[in-house]
Design a protein around this ligand. Sequence first.
Ligand code: SF4
Length: 318
Amino acid sequence: MSRILVVAPNWIGDALMAQPLLARLREKRPGLKVDMLAPEWVAPVARRMPEVDEVITTPFRHGALSLRRRWQLGRALKERRYRQAIVLPNSWKAALVPFFADIPVRSGYVGESRYGLLNLLYRRGDRAMREHYARLSEAPDTEPVAPLPQPRLRVHPAQASATRTRFGLESGYAVLCPGAEYGPAKRWPYFAELAARLKQPVVLLGSQNDVPATEGIGGRNLAGRTTLDEAIDIIALAELVVSNDSGLMHVAAALGRPLVALFGSSSPEKTPPQPGRSRVLWLKPECSPCYQRECPLGHFRCMRELTVDTVLAAAAEL
Ligand code: SF4
């Protein structure tokens, strides 16, 4: 049976934007088994993708070279006899495990001059991330056929309800995600006012790093207090999600929840939430997108001028 190894991106949102690639691979090659090599903070999302047969968690820290451990993992994977590896991160080190595993076809974008480490190379173009990844299901000079599949994450209803009960949440709540690991230029500043004006009870979600961004907002603050799996369960049962451009925004879209997605310094043309029940709000002043972590101009107009009334109106439409 044909088996392929996909090296997952290091960000949750990017991993979700790679899901159409996985669906397209399965469409094009019936019977194909798809394994995903993913860091532990991305693995819970990968395990919920119906297109993934097995998730292999990498033991490396973010950004660490860990040459010896990559060699050991590559040699351990050799016996699986993968026909192909698709490497989604651009880094040189991300291509090492498939190389050490002697996988005959190793494809991906040139990235950090990965000639030799990869042997089926693609050149980057100006595409949205979903198309960027989905292109790796085709030959290097071929574009993927539109529209791309719109895969969803798996939810186990009994498990989701048990999670909700464990955290003492009543049904009908709104989830707010006020963090964004990338930096303050992606964080909308009016979540506290929004929480006070929403008719639903509010639950705040985010990672441990998002805790400072959630302080003083009100509602039930679960940022840093859930696993990613628990956060996914809680989002799956939300009546409404309002989120900055972050991994949890992509999670909410992939779960098909009504979502208001707030963009400022980044572009929804490049990293939009999966189409569905979502409204994207982006004022797009002339300086946007700047992709900076902090506003280099100091006025932060891209998000400061996005009002609570606008967000509430979008939520009401949903
Ligand atoms: S420069 Fe413009 S797009 Fe960038 S953070 Fe400031 S206001 Fe937003």
